[in-house]
Design a protein around this ligand. Structure first.
Ligand SMILES: *[C@@H]1O[C@H](CO)[C@@H](O)[C@H](O)[C@H]1NC(C)=O
Ligand SMILES: *[C@@H]1O[C@H](CO)[C@@H](O)[C@H](O)[C@H]1NC(C)=O
Ligand SMILES: *[C@@H]1O[C@H](CO)[C@@H](O)[C@H](O)[C@H]1NC(C)=O
Ligand SMILES: *[C@@H]1O[C@H](CO)[C@@H](O)[C@H](O)[C@H]1NC(C)=O
Length: 683
């Protein structure tokens, strides 16, 4: 096995290795366009025609740049030959375990998970000419009656002159088909471990990764996905934690990720050109690439959300959806060039793919081209009279169409398509390429709590160009701000995130900004607050340094975790005992939690307010800085508050027994009584 050049350089010097990675990244950013070995010309003359080779139980798609081998009729990707490498995929693995689609599902009366690899029972050549080949692998339910009650049409496309191939699937069920639920659907690639050692998920998040073998030799931590590397082949990884959840991304940021081989310099990339077919909107988080080496495109899952994202079908419920296409991109540079140029090139390719969306080449009529889609445009403003009498521009708001539902329902929506964009600095937005259908228009605006929903449904027809006038979001608000903690942005990232335990580090997040992705931060709360819980004094404390990012349980030893109560101390002048005050409690995450609020008496048996049992997004254990969003508006009668003395709000997360039960706050605000005289508010 050839050692990557960076490994040779820094085998025993972990910190030198980190420094080197950093220097390479800086260098990479500074590189002008590196010469990537491909013909940038649009002139198809230069490229060989695409060919389909039919073998006994395989087919090969060959465009002269790469060869992709698929098993027939199953449609497993068994080989990718490129840049002189026989197979980018791990050929030691069985053919069904190299490159494949799968769905994890369950029957209502048998709750255990079943994994279906969507192996086709027939294969069709949908299109074959010198510019394009498209294959269809069908798995039909009627042939079995016991398996996954879906018809799957799994497609693979190779284009002439293209450095990669596309895959998508049309899944469908009909009236009369049985009840079932699905927890996950994805496409998976397992690469050759002796070639691919450097992983890139974003500009900041890239590093040399441990192998599966390193993980097997390591020491599993509190759950099997997290492993302490005790004896890695690459000694500078020794003592680090590896956990695939440390490399998750929000779907909006998950457009390209993958792996680099240093010798010969070769890249393998998963490019997701649109999120329309992903569930739960732009801030749904999911896995990307991880040790293996593995690259995924997760089409749907319960990760960072829990049960609400189980895709459940009632008895007889019909459904149809197109997942993808995603693009599997390969690239290379010559031996004397910097392999990190491959990441820069992959990002460029991602932009090319994104701009080409919706693609015009998929053959299935279920995949709609640009002419068959519609557009919605408009401008979003926010009304909050306690900030301004006039509407405020909704700058960088997330705005999108999703199937009809309540405000905020998009974060739990999992059967339809969603189309999101961000408003510009003046609040304008254009949502393009929307599939025909009925939708609601939803939005949320950083800096404001709550969810916007346009009060009428929007019906998109092919070619629709709907222009909406100014839309006004009336942000929840009952009175002027008396104090606030945090920033309303649906994450806990602005709060205090501790350093990890020095024996449980991922070196990547020592130098990169996403410190919250370190393992084991739940136990750092106990290290910081061994006996007394967090107390936050409004007048003197700062949420960036004094508000712990997650309200977790205390570890009292012997794997016992007990509930904790945080206190917010504040003074008020001239409390109006006959009026109502309002506590706005926005949560960024909840996992098997219950948040109770008591006012000025922490001993009360019955709390003033409780959320009840909420959430199972598991974001504390999975190092997400948010899961699903929750907003509670809690009324507080003035008679409970004091002018004469310091007030205390007690926040109790009452469900103990696990390190991962708890909540993350997004933002907390105390509002005074509603004011009828707006002039008095202008101080
Ligand atoms: C790229 O273009 C050159 C001609 O400029 C041609 O000789 C070569 O075969 C092309 N390479 C590929 C991979 O098509
Ligand atoms: C694809 O396979 C054919 C037939 O085995 C071979 O001649 C060709 O070199 C391969 N192309 C690539 C890019 O590996
Ligand atoms: C730890 O917990 C176990 C099970 O609850 C109990 O049997 C054991 O006595 C405890 N040990 C200590 C030191 O408290
Ligand atoms: C305060 O809130 C309570 C409960 O919502 C309501 O019954 C009461 O009328 C409110 N008081 C005032 C002064 O608005």
């Amino acid at each position: 096995m050839k050692m990557g050049w960076w490994r040779k350089w820094c085998s025993d010097f972990r910190f030198l290795g980190i420094l080197l990675q950093f220097l390479l990244l800086t260098q990479c950013a500074a590189l002008k366009r590196q010469r990537i070995h491909k013909n940038n010309s649009d002139d198809e003359m230069y490229y060989s025609p695409v060919q389909l080779h039919l073998l006994e139980d395989h087919v090969v798609l060959d465009n002269g740049i790469l060869n992709v081998t698929l098993s027939t009729p199953a449609g497993m990707i068994t080989g990718i030959e490129y840049n002189g490498i026989d197979n980018l995929l791990e050929s030691e693995y069985e053919e069904i375990n190299r490159g494949y689609w799968d769905i994890v599902w369950s029957k209502p009366d048998h709750p255990q998970d079943i994994t279906d690899k969507l192996d086709g029972n027939s294969v069709y050549v949908v299109r074959e000419d010198e510019n394009q080949i498209e294959l269809s692998f069908l798995q039909t339910w009627s042939s079995s009656k016991t398996g996954l009650p879906l018809n799957i049409d799994k497609r693979f496309i190779m284009l002439r002159g293209s450095y990669g191939f596309y895959s998508y699937a049309i899944v469908e069920r009909f009236k009369g088909w049985p009840e079932m639920s699905m927890s996950q659907g994805r496409i998976v690639f397992k690469l050759q471990p002796n070639l691919f050692q450097y992983m890139a998920v974003s500009d900041d998040r890239q590093r040399i990764m441990p192998t599966m073998h390193d993980r097997e030799k390591g020491h599993p931590l509190d759950y099997p996905e997290a492993v302490l590397l005790t004896d890695p082949d690459n000694s500078f990884l020794k003592g680090e934690v590896d956990d695939k959840y440390q490399y998750s991304s929000d779907n909006k940021d998950n457009r390209v990720h993958g792996w680099i081989c240093s010798d010969p310099p070769t890249g393998f990339w998963m490019i997701t050109p649109s999120n329309e077919f992903k569930t739960a909107g732009p801030v749904k988080q999911d896995l990307t690439s991880h040790a293996g080496p593995i690259s995924l495109s997760m089409f749907f899952s319960t990760h960072y959300a829990g049960i609400p994202l189980m895709v459940k079908f009632g008895d007889g419920e019909p459904w149809k959806k197109v997942f993808g296409p995603v693009f599997i991109y390969v690239n290379s540079v010559s031996d004397d060039e910097d392999p990190l140029a491959l990441w820069a090139d992959a990002k460029e390719q991602m932009l090319i793919e994104t701009k080409s969306w919706p693609y015009d080449f998929p053959s299935s009529e279920e995949f709609l081209n640009a002419e068959q889609r519609g557009t919605v445009s408009g401008r979003l403003l926010v009304h909050d009279r306690y900030i301004s009498e006039r509407p405020i521009i909704a700058d960088s708001a997330f705005i999108g169409l999703a199937p009809p539902g309540d405000a905020g329902s998009w974060q739990r929506e999992n059967k339809g398509y969603q189309f999101w964009t961000e408003t510009d600095a003046r609040g304008y937005f254009v949502i393009k390429d929307i599939r025909p259908g009925n939708y609601n228009l939803y939005a949320w605006v950083p800096g404001f709590i709550g969810d916007y929903k346009c009060n009428f449904q929007i019906n998109i027809l092919p070619g629709s160009k709907i222009r909406l006038r100014n839309l006004i979001y009336a942000a929840p608000r009952n009175g002027p701000t008396l104090w606030e903690i945090g920033v309303p942005d649906r994450t806990a990232a602005e709060f205090f995130v501790p350093d990890p335990n020095p024996t449980l580090m991922n070196q990547l997040y020592v130098t990169q900004p996403d410190k919250f992705r370190q393992y084991g931060l739940w136990d750092r709360y106990t290290d910081m607050y061994p006996y007394e819980d967090l107390v936050y004094t409004i007048e003197t404390n700062n949420y960036e340094t004094d508000w712990y990012f997650a309200h977790v349980n205390r570890n009292v030893g012997n794997k016992t975790y007990v509930p904790t109560t945080w206190k917010i101390l504040f003074n008020l002048v001239d409390v109006d005992e006959s009026s109502n005050y309002t506590l706005q409690l926005a949560l960024a995450s909840a996992n098997e939690a219950e948040l109770q609020v008591r006012i000025n008496d922490g001993t009360l048996e019955v709390p003033h307010f409780t959320t009840g049992s909420i959430g199972k997004d598991n974001s504390i254990a999975r190092h997400g800085i948010h899961g699903l969003y929750w907003l509670y508006t809690v009324g507080i009668p003035g008679s409970l508050l004091l002018s004469s003395n310091t007030n205390t709000i007690f926040l109790t997360q009452s469900r103990g027994s696990s390190p991962w039960r708890g909540i993350m706050y997004d933002y907390i605000r105390l509002e005074g009584p509603p004011s009828t005289d707006i002039e008095t508010l202008k101080h």
